[in-house]
Design a protein around this ligand. Structure first.
Ligand SMILES: Cc1cc2nc3c(=O)[nH]c(=O)nc-3n(C[C@H](O)[C@H](O)[C@H](O)COP(=O)(O)O)c2cc1C
Length: 264
């Protein structure tokens, strides 16, 4: 099966059987999942296996966080839970969000590899995922937080069904032709990105390029000259637009007098 075929075939399995991969079966998949792109190779992640009684301890911790009387039975939905931990390393170059992206990539790739190996997987989280009690239970250290748990089990007979295919055309766009243009509404051509039918509002905003503040008198003069030229160009465009409008009005008047003549 190609990577593309495996990605297209993968589904989340909310119900799994009590079968589960052994640690030995899991290790080569973890080694492969760990090959995701990793800026500066910081390896900012680790995984924790929860089996047997561990899951009951998690259930008790979840209910303690939520203030429930009964321990949560949620972790018992699969024989194996894999807690995904992001371990943010001190780095002047790689910010925390990039390191979370790496850990998240590991979780996604491991889910895919497990699915391809025949296991049913679902990534689960909850409002308690980043609570101190849950962190303590997992023995998390400084800079570490949970991204949730991969619930792993056997795939039951009943297939969860296919998901709607992704409309690649609607999510793959180009840079806006003029990032500074103000949209006049969803039908305005300037409000759409090239190659996309989505209004700009529906697309991720691009960061505005930073302009350096002028420092020297030459830079200041250059900036004011640029501003003057921009203003003059704006004035010229306005005048052209006005002239075009006037010409169109004249043409309309002329054609209406012709048709009046015809009626007469
Ligand atoms: C970060 C993350 C957290 C998730 N948390 C939950 C969850 O708490 N409960 C749940 O039922 N599914 C959870 N899911 C799984 C999604 O519900 C599932 O991926 C989605 O419904 C799409 O289905 P599919 O994976 O079969 O394509 C989570 C997925 C991700 C990536």
């Amino acid at each position: 099966m190609s990577a593309r075929e495996a990605a297209l075939a993968r589904r989340s399995w909310s119900k799994v059987t009590s079968a589960a991969p052994t640690r030995e079966e899991l290790l080569p998949l973890v080694a492969a999942a760990g090959r995701v792109a990793d800026h500066s190779s910081l390896r900012p992640w680790r995984l924790i296996e929860l089996r047997g009684e561990d899951r009951r301890r998690l259930g008790a911790a979840i209910s303690a966080v939520r203030g429930d009387r009964e321990p949560s039975s949620k972790p018992l939905r699969a024989e194996l839970l894999i807690a995904v931990v992001v371990s943010v390393r001190p780095s002047g170059k790689v910010p925390a969000w990039e390191q979370e992206a790496v850990a998240s990539g590991v979780a996604h790739l491991l889910s895919l590899l497990l699915d391809e190996a025949g296991w049913g997987v679902i990534w689960r989280t909850g409002e308690y995922t980043r609570s101190p009690e849950i962190a303590r239970l997992h023995g998390l250290g400084e800079g570490e937080s949970l991204l949730g748990w991969l619930y792993v089990g056997g795939k039951p007979e009943k297939d969860p069904g296919r998901r709607r295919p992704v409309d690649a055309e609607s999510v793959l766009s180009r840079l806006p032709a003029d990032p500074g243009a103000v949209s006049a509404g969803p039908d305005d051509a300037t409000s759409r990105t090239e190659g996309s039918s989505l209004p700009r509002e529906a697309l991720p905003r691009e960061a505005k390029p930073r302009t350096k503040a002028p420092r020297t008198p030459e830079e200041l003069a250059e900036r004011s000259e640029r501003k003057r030229r921009k203003k003059a160009e704006k004035k010229r465009r306005k005048a052209v637009k006005k002239a075009k409008k006037a010409a169109a009005r004249m043409r309309r008047l002329a054609s209406s007098s012709v048709s009046d003549d015809a009626i007469d």
